[in-house]
Design a protein around this ligand. Sequence first.
Ligand SMILES: [Fe+2]
Ligand SMILES: [Fe+2]
Length: 233
Amino acid sequence: MFTKNDKIGFIVVEFPKAAEIFKKYQIDFCCGGDRPLDIALTEQKLDADEVLQQLNSAYNEYQQLNAVVSNNWLQASLADLVDYIVVTHHKYLDANLPGISELTLKILRVHGGRHQELGKVHKLFNVLRTELEEHLITEETILFPLIKQYEQDSDHKHAEQLKQLIQTIENEHEAAGDIIKELRAITGGFTPPEDACTSYKLTYKRIEELESDLFQHIHLENNILHPRVKESI
Ligand SMILES: [Fe+2]
Ligand SMILES: [Fe+2]
């Protein structure tokens, strides 16, 4: 049973499907994962009993289905976790950022005159794209190799560098999370207008999918990978 005093990140680590419930209520579980659930409930003016009841009934169901609840990422090697993040989430971004970026330009060109928000969508998405592309390079070429090296040989001369890098990376996660939140806000929760064409609808749908993937991605890094690295330092 979870209570409102449990931290949001802890709940998602223990019970990954909680992410779906948090998404439904727009409770930030990646960058805001370090806060007790209570704070988010108050901030979002949500009914605490209703959210907790949904969370705990889904959790009970999950526990019954999985008599042995195991979370691989808490036990797997850091190298395996890092490789999983790259082949799943980094590959996803590499494959989707350019196409979505093109779509934001296409719908701006065709519908920008009648739909003012499309200028902002195009600008914000491209800032997000540039920041994420640089971010992935930093992780793949500096942070992740350092984590793998540190797991093999915990030489303390890398400890300080690792701590600082993790801090920088988490700040970048927060910045990316802020851009996605702004995109969600200016598009009314990625709701296309009545007269939207297929490209318009597709663009919003694909940005929303990217949001989901990014939240899972940042969750794995902020709430599992980084704490495990910091614990070992
Ligand atoms: Fe990453
Ligand atoms: Fe990251």
